[in-house]
Design a protein around this ligand. Structure first.
Ligand SMILES: [Zn+2]
Length: 726
């Protein structure tokens, strides 16, 4: 306490249930160097943590299960999940802020203890919150917690305070922004201090039915947000509990494309699979570049790890470097991974930032990896570059030769893309020109407008993505093991000369919270109430599942989203969530087909489905700044997504209010700004969206009134107490 400055930390008192552990009181204060950037600017993966005396320990499969078993082991599942999230947050925060190993004791967090070893419930709590951390305005907070007073009863009334830590607990229910109380465990001025959780309190609320997020907001404020760290660190217990970590859950890490196969362009479609920006969790561009019509191509390498298998994380890393250099976006238009996956980078219709003073008309393709030494690119990687060259050559009428297609170092003095790539450039061009790299008919190619502004032929549009976004929980079906909208299969039926053909969705990308996303692939196989948790995908409200189709969806096709295979026996176990189904060419701009899909859904697609729709997200509107949802004058149950579209690229952040209450904010994401929110006050609410530019100046504003009802669709009385935030 005598130390100057810095952020003082004290936490990890064990709960009263493990009072034998004891706790350190004031000795536990730690200091964080003032000079360090202690609010993490960008959330990065967190697979291992250094523990004093134990070395590097796997966070998800080892550190957290052991820690929560020791810290809070007897608590109910939802409280253990809250503990796992707080412990993960704290460990990451300290690791990054202090760059030191964590102590395996109450000085930081207990790691292993004599009185507890992890049980299945502890692994489950970690697994069900895999990668999740506490953030505020996109940045990591500290995640303080203490034991707090013993609590009991329906109101969790306070009892004894055997550890003397109750004074450290903060009660932040309904509070946001500056209203959120900080804990005296840390600096009272530090932005990462967003309060402290009570372990005993959390256990009590969990036993009263509170879910993890509600528990966390109660202590860390209503504008606390759970964020999921990128990467593939989720473990699960050794040996694997049924439904445990690994396996299909891994395909649903946030924004990470899951296809295990190398993209190809065989069959009836000669367009290579280009994974959308959401597949690598792209941040939006900071500025728009000038439009250009490409007439040449440059090849690069990214100088990233040759051993990492998380290519999406590497692409994100490259974007971060480029932002650090004040590029408007990731510099390259396409990035190709060692396994052949092709990621979309910057908008190809606009100049990239990849060859100094030669960016106009120049498309940049980067191979992920470092190739100016002994490592050579993989065959899959070279083949994918060749497919991309073939596709871009045709699309932009660029003749594939060594004048138009060059290594970066052939245009200016640089080692990029490395000798190992340069010496294969002729091979790649030969493959691309031979056209054997992409066999099959040309019918499904996307439009190849030679002249800008040439009319788009909707028959040749390549809608390859289907998005299922769950919009409502009401009413939840009984006997329901699925959290959210149930998806058993997504497929199209295509009629042809040889009869009809079923084409099932392939790759999956999804937001956090989606369970068993692989259940949406392949033929429907959901035949009993009991097998559903294993055979279908569950998409919770606000979450979304994005599927890639192996070939383009066209007018004349029938699109199916099935929850079950028309089995009457399933009627009484069917959850009745609704979902919005949208399609997209590129996974970025979506066109809504239906907002209220429930049950088995079958839509014969007509030309009209491919035309601009004034209601959909892709249409241009006269109003430069307006709500996409909710819609003025409509009635809504309390869980809402607030979304504004801005056609003004200067708007980079939108803050939402209901009357004077802060509802949260959203950074620009392809000009859509979205916040999910559960309202506590019902009746007519005035919703205000304010748009800000990079300097924090308000430059746009829109106000609408809606009616918020209870979950039963009615407006209960007595819930409009003054001061209760929305
Ligand atoms: Zn380069």
């Amino acid at each position: 306490l005598m130390r100057r400055g810095g952020l003082f930390l004290l936490l990890a008192f064990v709960t009263a249930a493990f009072a034998s552990c004891g706790f350190d009181d004031q000795e536990g204060f730690l200091e964080i160097d003032d000079d360090l950037e202690i609010r993490v600017q960008e959330l990065t993966g967190f697979c291992t943590v250094q523990i004093k005396g134990h070395g590097a320990v796997d966070v998800e499969s080892d550190y957290l299960p052991n820690s929560i078993a020791c810290e809070n082991g007897n608590a109910p599942l939802e409280a253990l999940k809250a503990q796992a999230i707080a412990a993960r947050t704290y460990a990451k925060f300290i690791t990054e802020a202090e760059k030191r190993p964590l102590e395996p004791t109450t000085r930081d967090q207990v790691y292993k203890c004599s009185y507890a070893t992890p049980k299945p419930i502890h692994y489950q709590a970690v697994r069900e919150t895999a990668g999740q951390v506490l953030t505020h305005e996109g940045k990591l907070i500290v995640g303080f917690y203490v034991a707090g007073s013993l609590r009991s009863g329906a109101s969790c009334a306070a009892g004894n305070d055997p550890t003397g830590t109750e004074r450290r607990v903060t009660y932040n229910q309904g509070l946001t922004g500056n209203q959120v109380k900080k804990t005296s465990l840390g600096s009272m001025s530090h932005p990462a201090n967003r309060g402290a959780k009570s372990q005993n309190g959390a256990a009590c609320w969990a036993s009263n039915g509170w879910k993890v997020e509600r528990i966390l907001r109660y202590y860390y404020g209503d504008d606390m947000r759970l964020a999921e760290l990128p990467g593939q660190c989720a473990g699960g217990e050794p040996g694997g509990e049924p439904g445990g970590g690994g396996g299909e859950d891994d395909i649903c890490r946030p924004g990470v494309a899951s296809d295990t196969t190398v993209p190809t362009c065989t069959g009836s479609d000669s367009v290579p699979q280009i994974l959308p920006r959401s597949a690598w969790n792209a941040r939006p561009p900071k500025r728009n570049q000038s439009a250009h019509t490409p007439n040449r191509i440059s090849i690069h390498h990214t100088v990233t790890s040759n051993t990492s298998t998380d290519s999406a994380a590497m692409v994100r890393q490259v974007q971060g470097w480029h932002f650090d250099r004040n590029f408007p976006d990731i510099g390259y238009h396409f990035l190709v991974a060692a396994d052949g996956k092709i990621y979309r980078g910057a908008d190809e219709s606009r100049m990239g930032t990849h060859v100094k003073n030669q960016n106009s008309h120049n498309l940049g393709i980067a191979l992920l990896g470092t190739f100016h030494q002994s490592t050579a690119p993989s065959d899959a990687q070279l083949k994918s570059v060749a497919r991309l060259l073939a596709y871009l050559g045709k699309k932009y009428n660029i003749e594939l030769n060594r004048t138009n297609v060059k290594g970066h170092g052939e245009r200016m003095a640089t080692q990029c893309p490395g000798g190992q790539v340069l010496k294969r450039l002729d091979d790649m061009l030969a493959w691309a020109k031979a056209d054997t790299i992409c066999t099959g008919a040309d019918a499904d190619k996307p439009q190849q407008d030679d002249a800008p502004g040439a009319g788009s032929d909707k028959d040749t549009k390549g809608y390859r993505y289907v998005r299922i976004k769950t919009t409502s929980t009401q009413p939840v079906g009984h006997n329901d093991p699925i959290d959210g909208f149930e998806v058993d299969a997504v497929y199209i039926e295509r009629s042809g000369t040889s009869g009809s053909e079923l084409i099932y969705a392939s790759a999956v990308v999804c937001s956090p919270g989606v369970s068993n996303p692989g259940g949406a692939l392949g033929a429907p196989d959901n035949f009993t109430c009991a097998d559903r948790a294993q055979t279908v995908a569950g998409v919770p409200v606000g979450a979304q599942l994005m599927l890639e189709m192996p070939s383009a969806i066209k007018p004349g096709d029938i699109l199916f989203v099935t929850k079950h295979a028309y089995q009457p026996a399933l009627n009484d176990c069917e959850p009745s969530h609704t979902a919005r189904v949208s399609i997209s060419e590129d996974g970025r701009v979506w066109k809504s087909l239906d907002q209220t899909v429930s049950g088995n859904w079958r839509l014969p697609l007509q030309d009209a489905h491919f035309e601009a729709d004034p209601e959909d997200e892709t249409s241009s509107e006269d109003d430069a700044f307006d709500f996409v949802t909710p819609r003025a004058g409509h009635w809504y149950t309390p869980k809402l997504t607030l979304k504004v579209r801005s056609s003004n690229p200067a708007v980079v952040k939108v803050v939402y209010h209901a009357e004077e209450f802060d509802l949260g904010s959203s950074q620009n994401r392809d000009s859509l700004f979205s916040v999910d929110r559960e309202f506590n006050r019902f009746g007519v609410r005035r919703i205000i969206a304010r748009g800000y530019d990079v300097d924090g100046k308000e430059i746009a504003k829109k106000e609408i009134s809606i009616t918020v009802t209870g979950f039963d669709g009615t407006i209960p009385g007595g819930q409009t107490e003054p001061g209760s935030p929305g």
